[in-house]
Design a protein around this ligand. Structure first.
Ligand SMILES: C[S@@+](CC[C@H](N)C(=O)[O-])C[C@H]1O[C@@H](n2cnc3c(N)ncnc32)[C@H](O)[C@@H]1O
Length: 419
């Protein structure tokens, strides 16, 4: 029976195989129960190891290259990558090498390669942390890097890649009047914790005083500025961070999402925080009604969340961008019919691609004569003038606030119905 550390490493290698071999996202693997057999500590460890390896994949491959004449099978390569990352982070060579040799040695198909794993990792361990530190910050794959360089310039993309490599702190949104665990209060009001550990063990979690939400993701509702008693529709609501903000402001909220499984998370979050919303499982494109305000957090490439999800650029290839962009335009068209005259809609996406943000709003303004951008909605504490875009939206990027630990990439704009 392998020890706990080896079991966590084996599970991390399984996750890497799924992302790099099958193109699956870590979130999909986890919700399909990939780590359910492990005790909670090992589950957290396996997940952390997989995330660290994906973040540092380019560096690991560069350190391994001189020691490999040809690429070994993917799962062995992933064991070597994980071992290299752990050695580079200062983990003791004995434990890492022993574990990886044991894992590969147990494999019926690849057991004969355990000698290779032993030899290569011993060579890597000779100067791993120093050699690792000399390598460049890992880059995004070309299919994503190229359009982003075109949009924001090479310097900005290098800074965004540095933010991706650094990972993300934990941000909390507070229920009005509630206390938060000790942390840094950011200019827009979110509370930031570094090295937070297990979220459910933090003070105030069980009481529902706060919820986890990146500082950037907390801003669309600030722009919408829901008022007590207003009828507000949250069109793509799950897992519900923005639903909670709307409900906490006293609005009468309808939260809709197409995914029953993801909606279960909204229900859990509402129950924990003691907030309420009407829940609808359905297609945003078919929903009917008339609302004072609509929040459209449309499905998108999620390229703004790579700090937290380094698997995304490695599992995907951009082939779904076109369909997403088309879907967003259809959602804007339908959501606009649900806004009362004089009402407002915030459109937002956690994307770094202008086609999923600025361009959508530019095009919508041309199509709908009764739509205008509400620039006054951007008058929110902490919003910096440099983030405001030409058409009157807000562009947020992971390289903003570098000294405070960055933020997710996001786009948002508040659209007012004039007629
Ligand atoms: C960006 S996430 C929403 C995040 C959420 N607003 C929050 O703050 O926690 C996009 C959501 O859109 C949902 N979705 C995708 N297509 C949809 C559709 N046609 N109708 C309704 N929801 C849809 C997905 O299930 C997903 O939960």
């Amino acid at each position: 029976m392998a020890d706990n550390a080896t079991q966590a490493r084996q599970s991390a290698i399984y996750l890497l195989d799924q992302v790099l071999g099958e193109g699956r996202l870590l979130s999909e693997c986890l919700s399909a129960g990939a780590l359910d057999r492990l005790p909670p500590d090992d589950r957290a460890r396996a997940q952390r190891l997989a995330l660290e390896t994906l973040r540092g994949l380019e560096r690991a491959d560069r350190l391994l290259k001189p020691h490999l004449q040809k690429a070994p099978p993917l799962t062995v390569r992933n064991a070597l990558r994980l071992g290299t990352v752990e050695l580079s982070h200062g983990e003791a060579a004995h434990g890492v090498v022993h574990s990886m040799v044991e894992i590969v040695g147990r494999s019926r198909r690849h057991g004969r390669l355990k000698g290779l794993v032993n030899a290569v990792l011993r060579k890597v361990s000779a100067d791993a942390p120093a050699a690792w530190a000399r390598l460049r910050v890992p880059r995004l794959p070309r299919w994503l890097r190229d359009p982003l360089v075109e949009a924001w310039g090479g310097k900005a993309i290098a800074a965004i890649e540095a933010a991706h490599f650094a990972g993300a702190p934990l941000d909390l949104t507070l229920k009005p009047g509630a206390a938060a665990p000790a942390g840094e209060v950011l200019p827009t009001g979110s509370v930031r914790l570094r090295d937070a550990g297990q979220v459910s063990a933090l003070p105030g979690y069980a009481a529902g005083d706060w919820w986890v939400q990146d500082v950037a993701a907390a801003l669309p509702v600030r722009l919408l500025n829901p008022q007590p008693g207003e009828k507000v529709l949250d069109l793509c609501a799950a897992p519900g961070g923005k639903t909670l903000q709307l409900a906490a402001a006293g609005a009468h909220v309808t939260a809709l999402d197409i995914s029953e499984a993801r909606m279960a998370r909204v229900r859990e979050n509402l129950a924990r925080t003691g907030l309420s919303a009407d829940i609808v499982v359905g297609d945003a494109l078919e929903h009917q009604g008339l609302y004072d305000a609509v929040l459209l957090d449309a499905p998108c490439s999620a390229t703004g969340t790579i700090r937290r999800h380094p698997d995304l650029p490695l599992a995907k290839d951009g082939s779904e961008f076109g369909a997403l962009i088309e879907m967003q335009a259809r959602m804007i068209a339908h959501a606009w019919t649900l806004v009362k005259p004089g009402g407002r809609m915030v459109f937002c996406t956690c994307s770094l691609l202008p086609d999923e943000g600025e361009v959508q709003v530019d095009e919508a303004l041309e199509i709908y004569p009764d739509m205008e951008v509400d620039r006054a909605a951007l008058d929110v504490p902490g919003i910096e003038p440099g983030w405001i875009t030409e058409e009157g939206g807000l562009r947020l990027r992971p390289d903003f606030w570098p000294d405070q630990g960055g933020m997710d990439g996001f786009y948002m704009a508040c659209l007012r119905k004039t007629g």
